[in-house]
Structures are given as structure tokens and as C-alpha cells.
Design a binder for this molecule. Sequence first.
Ligand code: C2E
Ligand code: CA
Ligand code: CA
Length: 758
Amino acid sequence: MYNWVMKNEHKRRRKLYIDIIVVIAVTVLLAIFFTWKFQQSSEIKVLNTLSEISNQSVNVIQDEVEKNKTLLTNLAIYISEGETKDIDMLIERLVNVDKMNGFKRMGIIRDDFWGKSTDGKGFIPDKVSIQERFQAAMNGNTVVSDRLQDLDDGKDVTLYSTPINWADGTRYVLFGTYAIEYYKEILSVSTFQGEGYSYIIKRNGDCVIDSENKNGSSFENFYDYVMEETGNNKNKLQQFQDDIEKSRDGFVSFNTAKGSRYVYYQPLNVNDWYLLSVIPATVVETHINGPMELAYAMLLVCILGILYLVCRVYQVQKGSRKMLERAAYVDEVTGDASYAKFMLDAQRMLDTYADKKYALAVLNIKRFQYINDLYGYEEGDRALRRFMKALRVEIGAYECAARMQSDHFAVLLVYQEQEKLEKRLDTILEKIESEADNRIGDTPYVLKVKAGVYMVQQPGEMLESMLDRASMALRSEYNTEIKHCNFYNETIRSRMLKNREIEDCFAEALKNQEFYLCYQPKFGVAEKCWCGAEALVRWNNPKSGVVSPAEFIPVLEHSGGIVELDEYVLEMVCRQMRQWLEEGLGVLPVSVNVSRLHLYRLNFVEQYLTIIDRYQIPHELIQLEMTETALFSNEDILSETLEKLRSKGIRILMDDFGSGYSSVTMLKSMPIDTLKIDKSMVDFVEDNEKVRLILESIIKLAQSLKLSVTAEGVENKAQYDILKGMHIDNIQGYYCARPMAAEQYAQILKYPDKKYEF
Ligand code: C2E
Ligand code: CA
Ligand code: CA
């Protein structure tokens, strides 16, 4: 049972652990999935923002360039339609336009590449570089240049130029330069809280406009710059260059000395310019990390929440299990361990400490029923509690004990040698008897305890069967007062088996009429003739021969079969007497033994009278022998029953008087007719003065109470004479006559008045 419980417990626990792990794993996986998704979408969001910003910037720059180009072309047309070709005059007019439109300077170049600018400094001496710069316009195109050095102060500028087509077919060039800062301003619109920035490069990577943002860098050529920063940008650069080659836009990320950068590139449609919108990866990360940290925190909270819930459920379960365990493991009467707990503990100990020698004892309170009967169940329960308390003190480590049921207790003890174990058990029982402190108010009562012991023979024996054997040893001697401890052995076992056989065979034996009667005559000492007989049952078992009643009566008393047998005996006696009566014999009274179990039957008297009357036996010819133990309990019911029988003329004999706990006072309250002195007293009558004195006074006392006295088990003349001298009424014993067959006894009945001398 223990193993089964533990196995189930392990299984349950393992399942719980697996469940917890699965739930947490699923949560974490889901969280990772969502995180990943979130990260992706956040990244996309940031990059989308980046591309939007880039689009805006592209539009602004394109507009700006277009606006400037349009301004210049319109101006050029206006100039060409004017009446003067004179540069000085034209420049003079341009000064105002220049100021209004934020040009660094404006100017006009003649077809011989001589020119003049609005600030007057623009007299350009270097023909070659002039030609280079203005050739496109001179060819009829309106253009904007890449980054150039101002020929005057060497500062970075961009140059817009457009043709002025005169009516005479000649062509001048109108130009305006912008300081590069002008574009930087346009590009430096704050993005991503000032973290983002932009470049404009040419398709070949040359820088048009770089950034002054703290995250940005200055470079001559973007490709060289990226390659210099770190080597591992090569593949990305390749993709980037390919895209640029094909005027595609896209994303790329680079590693730079200042950290990783996301770049969105987009053609500007101005020359071969490209706008690069850049943000540091950290911006993306902080964009992602903020919510991510929150998400991780929530995940953690979720996991902690799950763990907390699991713990709570476990705790609640544990609590209810504890309550159940308590209900199952605590004995409601003693408040100590229950039998179930004992079974678990004992099995565990037997399994765990296989190296130790163990003995199982079953303890029982003798005649516990009397405590209940006399003092009530409450006192009975108190006695059991005190019993357990006293027993508990004696139980050591590696040992256990508990109440089994009613007044039975189970104890598992460690021992070294049987002798020591016996001594220890004796002490334990004595301590329980003395320390249990049994008293009602001031009146102490005796608690007697006996034990059946089984010494564990080999590991792996079934606990239940070991307990059975200890109980067997406890019960091994029905009725008789066994010593404190009875150890289980093979004799007990075979006796138990035999008893079992008796119980099993009984019904069949009764049916097969295997029982018959012997009659042991009783002698009237004063009358000097036979005064009656006791019917004694015999069992002729076809298998094992004649079985002594001393063997089967206790078994049948235990099984309850005795009730049937006693009635059967009465019936046989009545039938026999009827026959004798009809034969005209001088029938003397016959006594039959009545087991105490009859007294628990309500219709006992009626049952017996019915049988007697059925055979029309005069009531004074039937006597009933009852033992004094039977007379002890339920005095009221008993005396009522006996009174009823006596009123019908049936006499009552108290059997075995002086064998147990006799109470002389009982004589006055119990309605009986005869005392039968037990053989155990008769045995001592020769040698023991005290017994003689006691016997003498009992006889006197009984006779003064108008009771007759019979001595049983008288075996010799000496005993006979002594008892005769005490004026005993009747004597029964081998000395006068042994139990005999009915036919032999019938011989006596032929001459009932015949005198004898012993
Ligand atoms: P008991 O009622 O005390 O019966 C007397 C027993 O003592 C008988 O044993 C008898 O044979 C034996 N006895 C008589 N005189 C002497 C003697 O001088 N010396 C010795 N050693 N023994 C003597 P038995 O017949 O074996 O019966 C044993 C017990 O069985 C009886 O003791 C009685 O308690 C019980 N018993 C017998 N027949 C019945 C019955 O029909 N019903 C019930 N309930 N019990 C019965
Ligand atoms: Ca008897
Ligand atoms: Ca007797």
C-alpha cells in the first residue's frame, strides 16, 4: 500500500513539474516570437520614418534647385530681352536680385569667358577653370554644379548657371553661387531628436554636402570613407553601389568608428546626386529597446505570475492533502497515529532498515468490554487514549505504534535477541498497565494487557500477514488467561489451522450427527446414592477420531457455533430422558452446560423451555450449568433471565466457582441453586490449609444461603473424605464415576435408590 501511495505521489509530482515547464516554455517561446516580431516591425517603422524623412529632404532640395534654376532662367530671359548687353550695367541690376535670393554672389560670363560678379570681385582671370565651370551653360543648359571651391575665397559652394541667349545669337552665362552652408541648413532639419543626419554624394561617392551633425563625419569620397572605417562593409557597399548605379533607393547599414549606422539612400534627380539619410543604430535600438524592455519586464512578470500561481495551487493542494492526511493519519480516539499511518510507517521502516531485526506485536486489553459496560464508552475511550500515551513513550527511533481497531494496538519494535525482546515487551505492558492510571473518580480499576508477537523472519514479508500472525499469537489461547506475551510459532499456527478446521467442519458435523453425549454421575454424599449427572458433549470426528470438548468448545465459543451446539445437546438430553422415562427408569436430574453467549440472545429462555416442553420433561429434571464469567457481565439481565428459568422449576448451577475472579457477594444477588466448586480448588484441598479453610467457609456460607454445593474433579479418597467432612452436598469426579455412555448411565437409573460407599 505504501509503495503504491508513494508511486502515485511521484507520478503526480512529475506530471506537475512537466506541466509547469511546458507552460513556462510556451510562454517564453511566445514571448520570444512576439519580441522578434515586434523588433522587426519596430525596425521597419524606424526605417520607414527614415525613408519618409529622406523623401521630404529630397523634395525640399529638388524644389530648391528647381526654384533656383527657374529663377536664373527667368532672369536670363529677362536680361536677354533688355536693350543693354553691357555687363557693368547688368551686374548693377543684379545686385538687388542677388540680395533677395540669398546667393553668395551672382554674375555674368561673356562668350569669351570673361565675366563679372555682383560683389565686384568676380573678375575671373583663370580662363581654363572658368571655361570648365560654365561650359555646360555656354552650351545652352541650365545646370547646378557639384561642390566647388569658390575661385575667390576657396570656400565650398555650388554654382547655378544658365545661358542668356541674346537676340544677335551670342550667348552669355548668368550664374549664381550658393555657399554650401545654404544646403546644409536645408538638410539639417532636426530628425530623430537630432540624432539623424544627411549627406549628399555623387554617384562616384564624392561628397557634395557632408554633415556637421555630431554623429556624422566629413569625407571626400563616401566609399573610401566607409571602407576605411571598417573592413567588413564590403558586401554591403557592393549592394549599395549597385543600387546607386541603377538609381535605386534602399537601406544599408554600415559600421563606422562612431558605431553602426542605418543609411537610406535615394537619388536626388539633381545631377547624379544621392541623398543619404543616416541614423545611428543606437537610435533604432532605443526605439526598440524602450518598448522591448517593457515587454521583457512584462514577460518576467508573466513568468513570475505563473510561478506564483503554480506555487499557490501547490500550497492549496498541499494544505488539503495535509488535511486529508491528517484525517487519514490521525486516530480519532487516541489522537495519535492511525492504523493507516502505522501501515505506511511500518512498511517504510521495514523497507528502509532491512539490516535491523524487527518484531510486530499486537496488544490487546483484556476484557475491555467490561470497562465499556461498567464505566461507559467515554471512560473506555479515555482508557484507550491513556494506553496509547503510555505506549508512545516506549516507542523508539525506527519503531512505530498505533491503535488498530477497538482495543487492539499494533507495535513495530526493533530487537536483538528474543529474550531481551520478551523482557522489553513485559516492561512495556507493565508500564501501560500501571501508568495508564485508570480510575473513575477515586476508584482505580485494573487494566490488563496482553500481546501477540511475530518476529519478522525475512525481508519482503507482507505486513498484513505478519500482523495476522501476531494477532494469531494473541488469540492463540481462547478464554484461558495467557501470560503477558505470546510469541507466534508453528504450534500456534497449526493450532490456528486446526481451529479453523473445527469452525469449518462444525456445521457439517452437526448435520452428520457426529456429536454424542457422555453422562458423568454426581454423588449425593449424605444420601449415599447418585443424585444426577452432567451431560458432556463428545465429537466423533470421522477423520481425527474423538475430539475433546476442551479443544473444540473454546473454538465454537469464539465462532458462536456453541449456541447451536448447546441447544443440540439439550435436545439430545431431552430425547434421551424421554426415552428413559418411557422405559420406566428412575430418571435423575441432568445438568447441561450453557455457554455465556446464550445470554446475549433475547429469546434464550423461551428457546430452552420450548425444547424441554417438546419432550415433556418435568422441569425439575433439567439443570443448567453456567460459568461465573458468564454471570459477571450484565448482572441485571442475567438475574432476570435466571429468575425466569427458576420460576419454571429449572435449577441453575454456577460452574467453575473459584477458578477466576469470584465474588462472594455475587452469591447473594444471583438467583442460583447450586455452587460447583472448580477442580482447581479441589486439587489443593489435600495440601493447602488455606484452600481448605476457604472452601469450608464457602460451603458454610452457600448452605446458609440455601444453596447446595457440588465439588467437581474429585479424583481420590483423600479429597473425597475432606470434602465429605466439610458437609459438601454432592461430589462429581473420576473417583466416583467417569463420564460414561448413555447406556452405562442407564444402568444406574435402573436402581436410583441404591446406596454406595466411597
Ligand atoms: P466442565 O463443565 O467443568 O466439565 C467438567 C469437566 O471435567 C469434564 O471434561 C469432565 O470430564 C472433567 N472431569 C470430571 N471429573 C474429573 C476428574 O476427577 N478429573 C479430571 N481430570 N477431570 C474430570 P470434558 O468433558 O472434557 O469437558 C470440558 C469442558 O467442556 C467442560 O468443563 C465444559 O465447560 C465444556 N463442555 C462440555 N460439554 C459441553 C456442552 O455441552 N456445552 C458447553 N457449553 N460446554 C461443554
Ligand atoms: Ca460443567
Ligand atoms: Ca466445571
